[in-house]
Write a protein that binds this ligand. Sequence first.
Ligand SMILES: [Zn+2]
Length: 278
Amino acid sequence: MHRRIPQRFTIFIACTGKTPLTISIHPLILVAILLGSISFPVVSVAKAFQTMTNRNSQLTHENRNLNKQAQEILEGMEQLESEIDALQRRAGMPETGSENQSRLPQGGVPLAVEGKFFLSVAEEQLPQLMEDLEGTQPALEATLKRENARPQGLPLKASYRETSGFGFRRNPFGGGSEFHGGLDFVAAFRSPIYPTAPGKVIRAEMSRGYGYHVVIDHGYGYKTLYGHMSGLAVTSGMTVDRDRIIGYLGNTGRSTGPHLHYEVFRNDQPVDPKYYLD
Ligand SMILES: [Zn+2]
């Protein structure tokens, strides 16, 4: 079958009340105009679609990263909060964090709002946490000072054996019993003696009973005494810490052999030093 292609097309453009406009066009020009007017929007739409798809996957990636970061921030804050709780317990304060422990709504958070949600929770919680932390600090410092003032550990680093405990015992100088207000440690003669807590030396002298002895005031009602030393290494009024040698083990005063007599006082009452050795 043969179909004849027209040599030219004639287009009439009618305008109301005016003479119609007549345009004569070659078929190839008409095809070119039609193709041009279709291909331009198709290419543009495809390009826009591709750009949109790329942007979308980039945004999804960024969103995922943001969610991850937001979640990490919130986890960090949860940890901070539990550390503040622990500090408050240590400082003897009532905990503030326990009443709002579960901040996540039941059934979880929709993925699309996760990052934003976590960040808003973090933003909301941060001032409270800072306030809690600031409020804990003074009480904690007081607790640490009080704990540091408490005598702890041994007054000597040399190997030793305990020969006499706290309480009533047979009088080593004769008949009857007597109250022994401390612990006796036997160790090598002239072993260095150390304070069991930092404090101020309030006595460093010789007496008939204790021989060369040192008394340290640690504050908070704690005092310690170290007796029968062979020599003193501090003077009254000095401030000492746990590493300072205060004297040397000896056999001065009312003593039956080289040893250290160690006493702990709580509000000026002698207490059993064995509770302060750990
Ligand atoms: Zn003793």
